[in-house]
Design a protein around this ligand. Structure first.
Ligand SMILES: NC(=O)c1ccc[n+]([C@@H]2O[C@H](COP(=O)([O-])OP(=O)(O)OC[C@H]3O[C@@H](n4cnc5c(N)ncnc54)[C@H](OP(=O)(O)O)[C@@H]3O)[C@@H](O)[C@H]2O)c1
Length: 235
Protein backbone atom coordinates (compact mmCIF):
# COMPACT_ATOMS: atom_id res chain seq x y z
CA UNK A 1 0.00 0.00 0.00
CA UNK A 2 1.36 3.36 -0.92
CA UNK A 3 1.00 6.01 1.73
CA UNK A 4 -1.30 8.82 0.66
CA UNK A 5 -0.11 12.39 0.87
CA UNK A 6 -3.77 13.47 0.95
CA UNK A 7 -5.13 14.74 4.24
CA UNK A 8 -7.68 12.45 5.92
CA UNK A 9 -11.02 13.74 7.27
CA UNK A 10 -13.49 11.90 9.54
CA UNK A 11 -17.12 13.06 9.18
CA UNK A 12 -19.81 11.75 11.54
CA UNK A 13 -23.48 12.01 10.51
CA UNK A 14 -22.35 11.82 6.90
CA UNK A 15 -25.35 9.84 5.60
CA UNK A 16 -27.48 12.97 5.01
CA UNK A 17 -27.90 16.71 5.40
CA UNK A 18 -25.08 18.95 6.59
CA UNK A 19 -22.64 16.05 7.17
CA UNK A 20 -22.99 14.78 3.59
CA UNK A 21 -22.39 18.28 2.21
CA UNK A 22 -19.39 18.81 4.50
CA UNK A 23 -18.00 15.55 3.09
CA UNK A 24 -18.51 16.94 -0.44
CA UNK A 25 -16.65 20.17 0.50
CA UNK A 26 -13.77 18.16 1.99
CA UNK A 27 -13.56 15.78 -1.00
CA UNK A 28 -13.56 18.68 -3.48
CA UNK A 29 -10.68 20.18 -1.48
CA UNK A 30 -8.56 17.03 -1.78
CA UNK A 31 -9.28 15.05 1.41
CA UNK A 32 -9.66 11.34 1.81
CA UNK A 33 -12.61 10.59 4.06
CA UNK A 34 -13.83 8.31 6.81
CA UNK A 35 -17.64 8.60 6.74
CA UNK A 36 -19.62 7.47 9.79
CA UNK A 37 -23.41 6.91 10.19
CA UNK A 38 -25.88 4.07 10.69
CA UNK A 39 -27.60 4.13 7.24
CA UNK A 40 -25.37 2.23 4.85
CA UNK A 41 -27.10 2.79 1.48
CA UNK A 42 -26.88 6.63 1.39
CA UNK A 43 -23.27 6.36 2.55
CA UNK A 44 -22.41 3.98 -0.27
CA UNK A 45 -24.04 6.37 -2.76
CA UNK A 46 -22.04 9.27 -1.28
CA UNK A 47 -18.81 7.26 -1.34
CA UNK A 48 -19.40 6.46 -5.04
CA UNK A 49 -20.11 10.13 -5.78
CA UNK A 50 -17.00 11.29 -3.92
CA UNK A 51 -14.80 8.74 -5.67
CA UNK A 52 -15.22 10.97 -8.75
CA UNK A 53 -13.09 13.49 -6.84
CA UNK A 54 -10.45 10.80 -6.31
CA UNK A 55 -11.20 10.51 -2.62
CA UNK A 56 -11.08 7.04 -1.06
CA UNK A 57 -13.95 6.74 1.42
CA UNK A 58 -14.24 4.22 4.31
CA UNK A 59 -17.89 3.74 5.25
CA UNK A 60 -18.05 3.45 9.01
CA UNK A 61 -21.50 8.49 11.84
CA UNK A 62 -24.24 12.60 14.11
CA UNK A 63 -26.79 14.81 15.82
CA UNK A 64 -30.51 14.60 16.58
CA UNK A 65 -33.25 16.50 18.40
CA UNK A 66 -36.69 15.92 19.94
CA UNK A 67 -39.54 18.30 20.63
CA UNK A 68 -41.96 18.17 23.57
CA UNK A 69 -42.13 18.67 27.33
CA UNK A 70 -39.17 17.00 29.07
CA UNK A 71 -41.25 14.85 31.45
CA UNK A 72 -43.22 13.54 28.45
CA UNK A 73 -40.21 12.76 26.23
CA UNK A 74 -39.22 9.13 25.65
CA UNK A 75 -36.25 8.40 28.00
CA UNK A 76 -34.54 6.37 25.27
CA UNK A 77 -34.73 9.35 22.92
CA UNK A 78 -33.17 11.55 25.63
CA UNK A 79 -30.38 9.05 26.12
CA UNK A 80 -29.75 8.85 22.36
CA UNK A 81 -29.45 12.66 22.16
CA UNK A 82 -26.99 12.72 25.06
CA UNK A 83 -24.95 9.86 23.62
CA UNK A 84 -24.73 11.19 20.06
CA UNK A 85 -24.70 14.97 20.61
CA UNK A 86 -22.39 14.98 23.68
CA UNK A 87 -20.70 11.70 24.61
CA UNK A 88 -19.65 10.45 21.16
CA UNK A 89 -18.61 13.96 20.06
CA UNK A 90 -16.45 14.43 23.16
CA UNK A 91 -14.89 10.98 23.09
CA UNK A 92 -14.08 11.10 19.37
CA UNK A 93 -12.49 14.53 19.78
CA UNK A 94 -10.43 13.23 22.73
CA UNK A 95 -9.34 10.24 20.67
CA UNK A 96 -8.16 12.23 17.65
CA UNK A 97 -6.71 15.40 19.20
CA UNK A 98 -3.46 14.05 20.69
CA UNK A 99 -2.22 12.87 17.27
CA UNK A 100 -3.05 16.24 15.75
CA UNK A 101 -1.26 18.08 18.55
CA UNK A 102 1.78 15.80 18.17
CA UNK A 103 1.86 16.55 14.42
CA UNK A 104 1.21 20.25 15.17
CA UNK A 105 -1.47 20.12 12.47
CA UNK A 106 -5.19 19.48 12.34
CA UNK A 107 -8.67 20.96 12.34
CA UNK A 108 -11.72 19.94 14.36
CA UNK A 109 -15.28 20.99 13.57
CA UNK A 110 -18.07 20.53 16.15
CA UNK A 111 -21.61 21.10 14.90
CA UNK A 112 -23.71 22.96 17.49
CA UNK A 113 -26.69 25.18 16.55
CA UNK A 114 -28.17 28.62 17.21
CA UNK A 115 -30.03 26.59 19.87
CA UNK A 116 -26.74 26.71 21.82
CA UNK A 117 -27.22 30.35 22.83
CA UNK A 118 -30.27 30.09 25.14
CA UNK A 119 -32.31 27.56 27.12
CA UNK A 120 -35.03 25.96 24.98
CA UNK A 121 -38.33 25.09 26.65
CA UNK A 122 -40.04 22.26 24.68
CA UNK A 123 -36.67 21.19 23.28
CA UNK A 124 -34.81 21.37 26.60
CA UNK A 125 -32.39 18.50 26.14
CA UNK A 126 -31.52 19.34 22.53
CA UNK A 127 -30.81 23.01 23.36
CA UNK A 128 -28.74 21.96 26.40
CA UNK A 129 -26.68 19.48 24.36
CA UNK A 130 -25.89 22.21 21.84
CA UNK A 131 -24.96 24.64 24.65
CA UNK A 132 -22.54 21.95 25.79
CA UNK A 133 -21.03 21.63 22.30
CA UNK A 134 -20.53 25.41 22.03
CA UNK A 135 -19.05 25.73 25.52
CA UNK A 136 -16.80 22.70 25.12
CA UNK A 137 -15.66 23.73 21.63
CA UNK A 138 -14.85 27.33 22.52
CA UNK A 139 -12.94 26.20 25.61
CA UNK A 140 -10.75 23.67 23.83
CA UNK A 141 -10.22 26.08 20.91
CA UNK A 142 -8.74 28.48 23.46
CA UNK A 143 -6.69 25.77 25.20
CA UNK A 144 -5.17 24.72 21.88
CA UNK A 145 -3.97 28.17 20.77
CA UNK A 146 -0.39 27.93 19.55
CA UNK A 147 -0.48 24.15 19.01
CA UNK A 148 -1.20 24.27 15.25
CA UNK A 149 -4.61 22.67 15.87
CA UNK A 150 -7.80 24.71 15.53
CA UNK A 151 -11.36 23.98 16.70
CA UNK A 152 -14.39 25.48 14.92
CA UNK A 153 -17.93 25.34 16.34
CA UNK A 154 -20.47 25.54 13.52
CA UNK A 155 -23.85 27.01 14.58
CA UNK A 156 -26.46 26.63 11.86
CA UNK A 157 -29.98 27.97 12.14
CA UNK A 158 -32.93 26.19 10.44
CA UNK A 159 -31.53 24.06 7.62
CA UNK A 160 -33.40 21.92 5.05
CA UNK A 161 -32.40 18.36 6.08
CA UNK A 162 -34.00 15.22 7.56
CA UNK A 163 -33.51 16.77 11.01
CA UNK A 164 -36.97 18.46 11.17
CA UNK A 165 -38.85 15.24 10.39
CA UNK A 166 -36.84 13.14 12.85
CA UNK A 167 -37.05 15.73 15.65
CA UNK A 168 -40.72 16.51 14.90
CA UNK A 169 -40.00 20.22 14.46
CA UNK A 170 -41.46 20.86 10.98
CA UNK A 171 -44.75 22.15 12.41
CA UNK A 172 -43.15 24.48 14.94
CA UNK A 173 -43.84 28.21 14.77
CA UNK A 174 -40.07 28.73 14.60
CA UNK A 175 -39.74 26.97 11.26
CA UNK A 176 -42.83 28.59 9.83
CA UNK A 177 -42.51 32.20 10.94
CA UNK A 178 -43.04 34.45 7.94
CA UNK A 179 -39.75 35.45 6.39
CA UNK A 180 -37.76 32.82 8.31
CA UNK A 181 -34.88 31.79 6.10
CA UNK A 182 -34.27 28.04 5.92
CA UNK A 183 -30.80 27.50 4.45
CA UNK A 184 -29.74 24.59 2.27
CA UNK A 185 -27.36 22.02 3.77
CA UNK A 186 -24.94 22.85 0.94
CA UNK A 187 -24.88 26.56 1.90
CA UNK A 188 -24.33 25.69 5.60
CA UNK A 189 -21.52 23.29 4.69
CA UNK A 190 -19.88 25.88 2.42
CA UNK A 191 -19.89 28.55 5.15
CA UNK A 192 -18.78 26.03 7.77
CA UNK A 193 -15.95 24.71 5.67
CA UNK A 194 -14.75 28.24 4.90
CA UNK A 195 -14.69 28.97 8.65
CA UNK A 196 -12.93 25.67 9.39
CA UNK A 197 -10.21 26.44 6.86
CA UNK A 198 -9.75 29.90 8.33
CA UNK A 199 -9.50 28.40 11.82
CA UNK A 200 -12.43 30.48 13.13
CA UNK A 201 -13.60 29.56 16.64
CA UNK A 202 -17.35 30.02 16.03
CA UNK A 203 -19.25 30.18 12.73
CA UNK A 204 -22.93 31.22 12.82
CA UNK A 205 -24.49 30.78 9.39
CA UNK A 206 -26.12 33.94 7.97
CA UNK A 207 -27.06 37.38 9.28
CA UNK A 208 -30.50 36.44 10.61
CA UNK A 209 -29.01 33.53 12.57
CA UNK A 210 -26.29 35.80 13.97
CA UNK A 211 -28.97 38.22 15.20
CA UNK A 212 -30.98 35.30 16.68
CA UNK A 213 -27.87 33.99 18.45
CA UNK A 214 -27.02 37.44 19.78
CA UNK A 215 -30.58 37.83 21.06
CA UNK A 216 -30.42 34.39 22.70
CA UNK A 217 -27.11 35.15 24.38
CA UNK A 218 -27.94 38.61 25.72
CA UNK A 219 -31.72 38.73 26.19
CA UNK A 220 -32.75 38.41 29.86
CA UNK A 221 -34.14 34.91 30.49
CA UNK A 222 -37.54 36.20 31.72
CA UNK A 223 -37.91 37.39 28.10
CA UNK A 224 -36.07 34.68 26.13
CA UNK A 225 -37.75 31.72 27.91
CA UNK A 226 -41.36 32.56 26.93
CA UNK A 227 -40.29 33.67 23.44
CA UNK A 228 -38.37 30.43 22.81
CA UNK A 229 -41.23 28.32 24.21
CA UNK A 230 -43.68 30.05 21.84
CA UNK A 231 -41.35 29.46 18.89
CA UNK A 232 -40.94 25.78 19.83
CA UNK A 233 -44.74 25.27 19.97
CA UNK A 234 -46.94 24.06 17.17
CA UNK A 235 -48.64 26.69 15.00
N1 LIG B 1 -31.24 20.94 10.26
C1 LIG B 1 -31.24 21.94 11.11
O1 LIG B 1 -32.18 22.80 11.11
C2 LIG B 1 -30.09 22.09 12.09
C3 LIG B 1 -29.92 23.34 12.74
C4 LIG B 1 -28.87 23.49 13.64
C5 LIG B 1 -28.00 22.43 13.88
N2 LIG B 1 -28.18 21.23 13.25
C6 LIG B 1 -27.24 20.16 13.56
O2 LIG B 1 -26.61 19.73 12.36
C7 LIG B 1 -26.14 18.39 12.54
C8 LIG B 1 -26.51 17.57 11.32
O3 LIG B 1 -27.90 17.45 11.25
P1 LIG B 1 -28.72 17.57 9.87
O4 LIG B 1 -29.56 18.80 9.94
O5 LIG B 1 -27.83 17.40 8.73
O6 LIG B 1 -29.74 16.36 10.06
P2 LIG B 1 -29.86 14.92 9.35
O7 LIG B 1 -30.01 15.10 7.87
O8 LIG B 1 -30.95 14.23 10.10
O9 LIG B 1 -28.46 14.23 9.63
C9 LIG B 1 -28.15 13.74 10.93
C10 LIG B 1 -27.01 12.76 10.82
O10 LIG B 1 -26.73 12.26 12.15
C11 LIG B 1 -26.77 10.83 12.11
N3 LIG B 1 -27.38 10.26 13.33
C12 LIG B 1 -28.61 10.52 13.81
N4 LIG B 1 -28.85 9.76 14.91
C13 LIG B 1 -27.74 9.00 15.07
C14 LIG B 1 -27.38 7.99 16.02
N5 LIG B 1 -28.21 7.62 17.00
N6 LIG B 1 -26.16 7.42 15.91
C15 LIG B 1 -25.34 7.78 14.92
N7 LIG B 1 -25.62 8.71 13.99
C16 LIG B 1 -26.82 9.31 14.06
C17 LIG B 1 -27.62 10.47 10.89
O11 LIG B 1 -27.18 9.23 10.32
P3 LIG B 1 -27.94 7.84 10.45
O12 LIG B 1 -29.38 8.11 10.77
O13 LIG B 1 -27.71 7.23 9.12
O14 LIG B 1 -27.19 7.16 11.53
C18 LIG B 1 -27.32 11.60 9.91
O15 LIG B 1 -26.21 11.28 9.13
C19 LIG B 1 -26.77 17.88 13.85
O16 LIG B 1 -25.78 17.94 14.87
C20 LIG B 1 -27.88 18.90 14.14
O17 LIG B 1 -28.15 19.01 15.52
C21 LIG B 1 -29.20 21.05 12.34
Amino acid sequence: MSSSPRPLAVVTGASSGIGADLARELARDGHDLVLAARSVAPMERLAAELAAHGAGAVVNNAGLGAVGRFDQTDPLRISEMLQVNIVALTELTRLLLPGMVARRRGKVMLVASTAAFQPGPRMAVYFATKAYVLSFGEAIAYELRGTGVTVTVLCPGPTATNFQEIAGTSELTFFNTAGRQVMSAAAVARLGYRGLKAGRRVVITGLLNRITALGGRFAPHPISLPVTKALMSRR
